[in-house]
Design a binder for this molecule. Structure first.
Ligand code: FES
Length: 196
């Protein structure tokens, strides 16, 4: 064995020893990352902690089948306070529409292009929202909020609806609402009807 081989073998043994000791040290140190709710009384109630605990869309009553006539446009917040949507009964059957004729739909009231409000430009008889007053995008309310024309490249998020005993409930949203990284974060959630 020459000197180089001896050194090489020694280095390998040293590295193996250090590696084993290091692993044992980490495994045995009992380190745990601190958790926000480790205090004895738990986290204080706040909008942020409530949203952090929200793992699914709430079920929220947003209207009544009998009280929504042709041409009506009602606005409501969902799933967070201040996240504006509109509920309407359009002229024909719609994708995701509810009610006996499938004409009741709800969508985000915020344009997907740059966030201008569109609920003021809803035309139920034409089954259309728009043109948006900022850059003229129009969305087809019978086809899941499909972009028909204008600057937006993303369809208008559709609110999933359910009808129970004549009441209309929002149960979720298909698509990301403009300005949010997650539809269920960064705000105060609306109370879930099933928890009342
Ligand atoms: S914000 Fe609506 S088209 Fe630009």
């Amino acid at each position: 064995m020459n000197n180089n081989e001896g050194l090489s073998t020694s280095r390998r043994r040293l590295l193996a020893t250090v590696g084993t000791a290091g692993a044992a040290s980490v495994a045995g140190c009992g380190f745990q990352a601190p958790r926000a709710d480790d205090s004895e009384d738990g986290p204080a109630e706040s909008p942020t902690s409530r949203v952090d605990g929200l793992e699914r869309y709430p079920r929220v009553r947003v209207g009544s089948v009998d009280e929504l006539s042709d041409g009506d446009v009602e606005t409501f917040s969902y799933p967070l306070d201040g996240t504006e949507n509109f509920l309407t009964r359009i002229g024909g059957e719609a994708w995701g529409g509810v009610g006996s004729d499938g004409r009741i739909v709800a969508f985000s009231g915020i344009c997907t292009h740059m966030g201008c409000p569109v609920q003021g430009q809803v035309k139920p008889a034409q089954e259309m929202a728009g043109p948006c007053s900022c850059h003229y995008t129009s969305f087809d309310l019978s086809k899941g909020g499909l972009v028909v024309s204008g600057a937006a490249t993303t369809d208008l998020p559709q609110v999933r609806l359910d009808v129970e005993d004549g009441d209309i409930y929002a149960t979720g949203i298909d698509g990301l609402v403009y300005g949010y990284r997650n539809n269920l974060r960064d705000g105060t959630p609306i109370d879930d009807a099933t928890e009342e």
